[in-house]
Design a protein around this ligand. Structure first.
Ligand code: HEM
Length: 385
């Protein structure tokens, strides 16, 4: 289907095989996307990963990818768990006082606190203090007041003891070449539905850059911290809100999830990272939430050269935008029977083979997929359980 955005024609591609071609097989032609937001020539904002193009994107992505490996998630797990504990304590106080809670606001405070802890080594106590400078300025960033955010970065903040694990530290190590991008995939998670050997090889080839190109400037590093806040706050908070909403509407699902979680806790009432990410029903509940309520409803790519689209007879001309209508695909009866219903069982390991690759795209796909996927999933799973 074609549509116009102003004067610009956009081709929408919803066929799974063609999606695979655009996002994976021919990703060297469709590497760039239209910028997430218009930033003029702002020296920091123009360097955020989602907006970078060509070789600059490849270089920065190959340096930042090792920050999000499962090994790094294991390291960050205790930090995220601390934030979640603070969140649960505050929630319990509301419950004890029989007060109403605005869950969406609370989740916003939590995701902000997690990012502040992990990326900026800063404790916000956001659940109790919504006027905290980090929270106020961070929210303003999302209203696109970029300069306020930069000034916030320069303000002194209460330091967390967990500084050695923060994202800047991990990025510095990646820059020094102490990490590599190869990482084990977790076959237990629904979110790897699209990934076979072919996809992995293409991603590794694209991100395998010359050692002389492994560098990142200070502005680029600040830009990536900015985008972690921007990309990780609202998406994760909205996923948590929708998941709670669906659990409230579906008490049978809630009960089944409760039983799975309770049977997985250790004697201290804690869940180990390795156990958490492999819980099949929890994974299915989150996957179904992201299918029904996917935060990014469309993914876009720009053609770097004239391109014949499969055997459709269509030529996508250089510079034109191709869009994948993720929300429409996720809600299609053809791919998901009873598509408007919340049915986590679709994503259980025994049923997952029925999902057609490239029809489940909450985090995009291919080498330019969501770099923060593992981080988001760890956070959401930890909170929901
Ligand atoms: C539930 C939470 C999240 C969802 C649903 C989500 C979804 C997405 C999607 C759909 C894309 C575009 C992928 C594509 O074009 O193929 C994306 C890109 C991106 N996301 Fe996420 N995201 C989430 C959380 C996060 C978090 C927590 C971070 C950072 C810690 C993050 C950082 C990014 C970045 C930097 C990109 C751009 C990647 C690139 O251009 O190379 N996201 N995300």
């Amino acid at each position: 289907m074609a549509k116009f955005m102003g004067n610009n024609p956009i081709l929408q591609v919803a066929d799974p095989e063609l999606i695979k071609q655009v996002l994976v097989k021919d990703c060297h032609i469709f590497t760039d996307r239209k910028s997430f937001f218009e930033c003029g020539n702002h020296p920091i904002v123009e360097k955020v990963l989602p907006g970078l193009q060509g070789d600059d994107w490849k270089r920065v992505r190959s340096i930042t990818t090792p920050v999000f490996t499962s090994g790094k998630m294991r390291k960050m797990y205790p930090i995220v768990r601390e934030s979640v504990k603070g969140f649960m304590n505050t929630l319990s106080e509301y419950v004890n006082d029989k007060q109403e809670v605005n869950v969406t606001d609370m989740y916003g405070c939590l995701t902000m606190d997690v990012i502040a802890n992990c990326a900026f080594a800063t404790k916000t106590n956001a659940f109790k203090d919504p006027n905290n400078a980090f929270v106020v300025n961070g929210r303003n960033v999302l209203k696109l007041s970029v300069l306020k955010f930069i000034s916030m970065l320069l303000l002194p903040q209460e330091k967390s003891e967990t500084k050695s694990n923060d994202l800047i530290d991990l990025m510095m190590r990646a820059k020094e070449g102490k990490d590599n991008i190869n990482d084990e995939r977790n076959k237990y998670e629904s979110h790897h539905i699209n990934e076979g050997e072919e996809e992995l090889e293409i991603t590794n080839n694209i991100l395998n850059i010359k050692p002389s190109n492994i560098f990142i400037t200070e502005d680029e590093m600040i830009a990536q911290m900015f985008i972690v806040l921007l990309a990780g706050y609202e998406t994760t908070a909205s996923t948590l809100s929708f998941c709670s909403y669906e659990l409230a509407l579906n008490p049978d699902v809630q009960q089944k999830l409760y039983e799975e979680v309770m049977s997985s806790m250790d004697t201290n009432g804690e869940i180990d990272y390795e156990v958490l990410i492999k819980l099949p029903f929890l994974d299915a509940v989150i996957a179904e939430t992201l299918r029904l309520h996917t935060p990014l409803v469309i993914i876009g790519r720009i053609a770097a050269q004239d391109y014949r689209l499969g055997n459709t007879g269509i030529t996508v001309y250089k510079g034109r935008v191709v869009e994948i209508p993720v929300y429409a695909i996720h809600h299609s009866e053809e791919y998901y029977p009873n598509a408007e219903m919340f049915i986590p069982d679709r994503f259980l390991p025994e049923n997952r083979h029925q999902i057609i690759p490239y029809t489940y795209l909450p985090f995009g796909s291919g080498p330019r997929n969501c770099i923060g996927m593992r981080f988001a999933l760890m956070e959401v799973k930890l909170v929901i359980c």
